[in-house]
Design a protein around this ligand. Structure first.
Ligand SMILES: Cc1cc2nc3c(=O)[nH]c(=O)nc-3n(C[C@H](O)[C@H](O)[C@H](O)COP(=O)(O)O)c2cc1C
Length: 388
């Protein structure tokens, strides 16, 4: 029986994911001092038990002031390694490639946690204990009126930031991660260098496209040099800003080519987020609305891609891989709804009539396999997860 394309293994460098499903990084805003807790272990662990090929840890800050909120994870000091090491080991032991996204929030740092408003910190947040901190960016332009004004980064400070990316990468290696993603999307620091709307610099880090790409590409080079050759490196981009005068797809194709030349193995194709707090609010949304970006970047930059964004249904994901629009499919909120999404998708896409639960954790699959024949005899019972 042929395997559905979504469930064919995928190899990048020395790492093979058992299928094409990547659980997209999702901040939990629940860390204290950047340190992962049991919440993070259970949150991420569920997705490994649920059959994902790759599970990516949320945006993890390379410096303390590069956090989006007080609740972000970090890898800016050695004390943050151990709890992440436990998570990476759990993911690996349960069949998923442990991945982590490294990030710096730039001018979107020092924000409210989403459920307190998802905007600049208020007096109410300060009373709760969340004090604002000074933020940095390519240019001193606040996100929106009422937000903190960032301090423009000097060239010396950019050098020091490269050191922070290098050190965080080495900590991710020590924690046992097998895939790393550099966050160049959603209006955070590296995206704000790339976009002409947030980068007004007149030095070598601004101006034309080559200048605006310079610092993000230096970060990619720095991370690649510290990250083992055998392990894959992903770069997340906002494929388009969706705002007049902002990044367009041709810019992202050019960036993807340069990232690939510096050792990036795959491009994770998101969009938006430069203005406003939501990640992609400026882009019209429909099922799989970012898939065409992943398809174009894959074709035009000749690099593997990840498609993400409102991919909810197994046959939708299957088509993306089958038609060669992307190599991996990122599942975000639908995995919050159903952490077993990959296992459920497999049941839906596979024609088999027995051994339905062979790929489930044995602690669950053994029971479910034996429940099945009895279920089929029940009056009015219909398989909830099979086509037809
Ligand atoms: C709770 C939450 C947290 C998120 N945190 C991150 C993050 O840490 N890094 C990132 O690049 N994207 C983040 N995103 C965006 C997701 O990775 C994903 O690209 C987006 O939700 C679209 O996919 P979906 O429609 O499957 O949810 C987050 C999204 C959600 C819902």
């Amino acid at each position: 029986m042929s395997q559905p394309p979504l469930f064919r293994p995928f190899t990048l460098r020395g790492i093979t994911a058992k299928n094409r499903i990547l659980i997209s990084p999702m901040c939990q805003y629940s860390a204290v001092d950047g340190i992962a807790s049991d919440w993070h272990l259970v949150h991420l662990g569920k997705f490994a038990q649920g059959g994902a090929g790759i599970v990516m840890v949320e945006a993890t800050a390379v410096t303390a002031n590069g956090r989006i909120t007080h609740g972000d994870l970090g890898l800016w000091h050695d004390g943050q390694i151990k709890p992440l090491e436990r998570i990476a080991a759990f993911l690996r032991d349960n069949g998923a490639v442990p991945a982590i996204q490294l990030a710096h929030a730039g001018r979107k740092a020092s924000m409210q946690r989403p459920w307190y408003g998802n905007a600049a910190l208020t007096a109410e947040d300060r009373a709760r204990g969340d004090q604002p901190w000074p933020i940095v960016a390519p240019s001193p332009i606040p996100m929106e009126e009422g937000w903190l004004t960032p301090q423009e980064l000097s060239e010396d400070e950019l050098e020091r930031l490269l050191d922070a990316w290098r050190a965080a990468t080495l900590r991710a290696v020590e924690a046992g991660f097998e895939m790393l993603e550099v966050h160049c999307a959603h209006g955070y620091l590296l995206h704000s260098f790339l976009s002409p709307l947030s980068n007004m610099r007149t030095d070598q880090y601004g101006g034309d496209r080559a200048g605006r790409m310079r610092f993000p590409l230096q970060v990619i080079e720095t991370v690649r040099a510290a990250w083992p050759d055998t392990l894959p490196l992903s770069v997340r981009v906002s494929s388009v800003d969706g705002v007049e005068g902002g990044i367009e797809l041709a810019d992202s194709v050019a960036f993807a080519r340069e990232a690939k030349a510096r050792g990036a193995d795959i491009i994770d194709c998101s969009s938006g987020g430069l203005l406003g707090s939501a990640t992609a609010a400026r882009i019209p949304r429909g099922y799989g609305f970012q898939v065409p970006f992943a398809e174009s970047i894959r074709r035009e930059a000749d690099v593997p891609t990840i498609a993400v964004g409102l991919i909810l249904h197994p046959d939708q994901a299957e088509k993306v891989v089958e038609q060669g629009q992307a190599d991996l499919v990122g599942i975000g909120r639908e995995a919050l709804f159903d952490p077993n999404w990959p296992l459920h998708a497999q049941l839906e896409l596979t024609e088999a009539d027995d051994q339905l639960f062979a790929d489930w954790p044995k602690q669950y699959g053994w029971w479910l396999e034996r429940r099945e024949p009895g279920l089929r005899k029940l009056d009015g019972w219909k398989l909830p997860y099979r086509r037809g």
